[in-house]
Design a protein around this ligand. Structure first.
Ligand SMILES: Nc1ncnc2c1ncn2[C@@H]1O[C@H](COP(=O)(O)OP(=O)(O)OP(=O)(O)O)[C@@H](O)[C@H]1O
Length: 569
C-alpha cells in the first residue's frame, strides 16, 4: 500500500465525526476572532490608554480584554470536551475493528505469536493510528484559518515586517522534512523491537515453571537487560528527534521575534510605527509562527504513525477464515467423507497424502496412529481450521465449504487434546454461552464426572479455576472440557485423546456412555488405548499420510491388526 493511501485511510477515521468537526471548526473560528481582537485591544490600551493618558479608554479596553479572555477560555473548554470525545470514540472504533478481525482470523495466524505479542502490537498500532484524531492533530488542520487571520493582522500593521515572519516557513519545512524521514525509520525499529520484547516477555511468563525448574533466572535477567538496552536506546533516539525538532523550532521562532523587535524598533525610531503596533505585531506573529510550525509538524506526526498504520492495515486486510457457503445442512448428523485429501502445513512437507475415509450418520469411529501421523490434522481439516491442498471434505455429499462456518461448526461437540479453559468459574467454563438450562448442565456434569469433583469443593460451581484451569488437575480439566462438549449436545462428537488424564473408572464410564448412550450421534475418537477401541463401529489407522480401515470389532482382532500394522505408538 502506498504512503498516500495509508494516510488517506488513517484520516478516514475522522470521517464519522464530520458534524463534531464542523462544530470544532466553529469554536476555532470563534477563538480565532477572539485571538485576532486581543492584540488590537492591547494596542489600544498601550497607545491610547497608557501613552495617550486616556483613563476611560484604558478602563474600557481592559474590560473588553477581560471579557475576551473569559470567552476564550470557555471556548477552549468546550473545544477540549469535543476533541476528547472524538479521540476516545475513534480509538474505540479502531480497537473494536481490530478485535473483531482478530477473532475471525485463520488459526494459522496465531501459531507463531503469543498473547503478549498480539496484545502489544494491536494496542500500540491502534493508539498510534488513533492519534490522528487527537486534539493537537485535528487542531493543526484548522490552524490554516488562524494563520490566515494572523497574516491579515500582520499585513494591516506592516507588510515589511510580515516578510520576516514568512521567511521562517521554508526553513521550518526543510527541518521537518529531514527529521520526519529519520523518525519514520526509527519508529519502524521501535515497533519491531517492542514486538520482539513482548514476544520474549510473554514466552517467559508462559514458561515460568521451566524457568524455575531449570534455574534460568540469571540468563533471563541478562536477556532482559540486553533487550531493554536496545529498546530504551531506540526510544531515547526517537525522543531526541522530537527534542531537536522543538529546539530548532524555538530558535527559529525566537529569531523571528528578535528580528521583529530590532526592525520594529528601527521603524519606531523612524516614526513609521507606534510602540503598540510593534507589540501587536509581535503578538500576531505568534499567531502565525506557532500554527505554521504545528501544521508542518503534521509531517512528523504522520512519519511516526506510518509504520504502525502500515502494520495495522495489513492486519485488518488479512484473509479471514473462508466462509462463503450458503447451503444448509440437512442430515442430523450428516454423512462425513474425506475424498482423496492431501494437506501440508508447510510446503513440501505433506502430512496427509490422499486420505479417504467416511463416517456414516450415527457411526462410532476411532482413529489411531503414531505420534505425528496426522490424527489431529484430520480434525483440524474437519473443523475447517485449515483447508485441504487437494481433495475434498463433504457432509451429506456437499463440499463442507458450501455451508456457513457458524452453522457447520454447530455440528460438532469437540474435546481437543489440550482444551482451553477460560479465566472464570466452573459453571462459566461448562456453559460457555451462559444460556443452558440448569438441568442440562447438571446432566453434563454427571456424565463427565465433574459432579463428583464439585461435591468435594466448598465453592462448588462458583469455584474459580485460574488461568487455563491452573487450579485443577489434568484429569479435572479434561472432565470440564468433556462436560462442556456434552452440554453442547451436537450431533457429531469429536474426542481427541479426551480422557487420557481420566482415572480408570471415569474413563470406563465415559467410554460406556460414548458407545452405548450416544444413540444417533456420530462419534470420531482419536485414541492411543486399545480398550477405547471396543465397541467402535469402524477403526481407522493413519500411517504414512494415508488411512487404513479395520472393521473387526473384537478386542483380539483389533490388537492383532494394530500389531500387524506396526508403528502404533
Ligand atoms: N500448525 C502446524 N504447523 C506445522 N506443522 C504442524 C502443525 N501442526 C502439526 N504439525 C505437524 O504435523 C504433523 C502431524 O501432527 P498432528 O498433531 O496431526 O499429529 P497427531 O497424529 O495428532 O499426533 P499425536 O498423536 O502426537 O497427537 C506433526 O509432525 C506436526 O509436527
Amino acid at each position: 500500500m502506498k504512503n498516500r493511501s495509508i494516510l488517506n485511510r488513517t484520516l478516514s477515521y475522522l470521517a464519522p465525526f464530520k458534524w463534531k468537526l464542523a462544530i470544532a471548526g466553529l469554536y476555532l473560528t470563534f477563538s480565532t476572532i477572539i485571538g485576532f481582537l486581543q492584540p488590537l485591544v492591547i494596542q489600544k490600551i498601550t497607545d491610547e490608554g497608557m501613552l495617550g493618558n486616556n483613563f476611560s479608554v484604558l478602563v474600557g479596553s481592559v474590560l473588553i480584554l477581560a471579557i475576551l479572555v473569559i470567552l476564550g477560555q470557555i471556548v477552549e473548554m468546550a473545544q477540549t470536551r469535543l476533541f476528547v470525545t472524538i479521540h476516545i470514540k475513534s480509538y474505540y472504533t479502531i480497537f473494536q475493528q481490530a478485535f473483531k478481525k482478530l477473532l475471525r482470523l485463520k488459526k494459522s495466524y496465531f501459531e507463531d505469536k503469543n498473547n503478549a505479542e498480539v496484545l502489544n502490537s494491536i494496542q500500540m498500532d491502534v493508539s498510534q493510528v488513533a492519534s490522528v484524531t487527537d486534539r493537537y492533530t485535528v487542531m493543526s488542520f484548522f490552524y490554516i484559518f488562524r494563520i490566515i487571520s494572523g497574516l491579515a493582522g500582520l499585513l494591516i500593521i506592516s507588510w515589511k515586517l510580515t516578510f520576516i515572519v514568512l521567511a521562517m516557513v521554508p526553513l521550518k519545512a526543510f527541518l521537518v522534512r529531514g527529521f520526519s524521514s529519520r523518525q519514520e525509520k526509527m519508529m519502524n525499529e521501535v515497533i519491531e523491537s517492542n514486538r520482539d520484547f513482548s514476544r520474549w516477555f510473554g514466552d517467559n511468563l508462559e514458561g515460568i515453571e521451566e524457568v524455575k525448574l531449570w534455574n534460568l533466572f540469571a540468563k533471563r535477567e541478562e536477556d532482559f537487560r540486553l533487550k531493554q538496552r536496545v529498546l530504551l536506546k531506540l526510544q531515547k533516539d526517537n525522543s531526541m528527534i522530537d527534542a531537536w525538532n522543538s529546539l530548532w523550532e524555538a530558535l527559529l521562532e525566537w529569531s523571528v521575534t528578535i528580528m521583529l523587535y530590532l526592525i520594529g524598533g528601527i521603524l519606531i525610531c523612524r516614526s513609521e510605527l507606534t510602540i503598540g503596533a510593534v507589540f501587536a505585531f509581535v503578538s500576531y506573529s505568534w499567531y502565525v509562527t506557532g500554527p505554521v510550525s504545528a501544521l508542518l509538524n503534521l509531517k512528523m506526526l504522520f512519519a511516526r504513525i506510518m509504520p504502525s498504520a502500515k502494520r495495522l492495515f495489513k492486519f485488518l486486510d488479512m484473509d479471514l477464515e473462508t466462509d462463503e457457503g450458503t447451503a444448509h445442512i440437512t442430515g442430523c448428523p450428516p454423512r462425513l467423507e474425506f475424498k482423496n485429501v492431501t494437506f501440508a502445513y508447510q510446503k513440501n512437507k505433506p502430512i496427509l497424502q490422499g486420505v479417504n475415509f467416511h463416517v456414516e450418520p450415527g457411526e462410532k469411529v476411532a482413529i489411531i496412529g503414531a505420534n505425528g501421523s496426522g490424527k489431529s490434522t484430520i480434525l483440524n481439516l474437519l473443523l475447517r481450521f485449515y483447508i485441504p491442498d487437494k481433495g475434498e471434505l463433504t457432509a451429506d455429499g456437499l463440499s463442507v465449504s458450501q455451508f456457513p462456518l457458524t452453522e457447520y461448526r454447530l455440528l460438532f461437540s469437540v474435546v481437543s487434546q489440550e482444551p482451553y479453559l477460560f479465566l472464570d468459574n466452573i459453571a462459566g467454563n461448562i456453559d460457555l454461552t451462559g444460556q443452558a438450562p440448569p438441568e442440562k448442565v447438571r446432566d453434563a456434569m454427571q456424565a463427565s464426572g465433574v459432579a463428583g469433583y464439585i461435591q468435594r469443593i466448598p465453592e462448588g460451581l462458583n469455584a474459580q479455576i485460574g488461568h487455563n484451569g491452573a487450579r485443577l488437575s489434568g484429569g479435572e480439566k479434561q472432565k470440564l472440557a468433556v462436560a462442556r462438549a456434552l452440554l453442547k449436545d451436537a450431533p457429531i462428537v469429536i474426542l481427541d485423546e479426551a480422557a487420557s488424564g481420566f482415572d480408570v473408572e471415569s474413563e470406563a464410564y465415559l467410554h460406556d456412555m460414548i458407545v452405548n448412550q450416544m444413540v444417533g450421534k456420530s462419534v470420531i475418537m482419536i485414541t492411543h488405548r486399545y480398550e477405547n477401541l471396543n465397541g467402535m463401529d469402524r477403526i481407522y489407522k493413519l500411517e504414512n499420510g494415508r488411512m487404513i480401515q479395520h472393521d473387526q470389532k473384537s478386542k483380539h482382532d483389533i490388537e492383532s491388526w494394530v500389531l500387524k500394522n506396526k508403528n502404533y505408538n
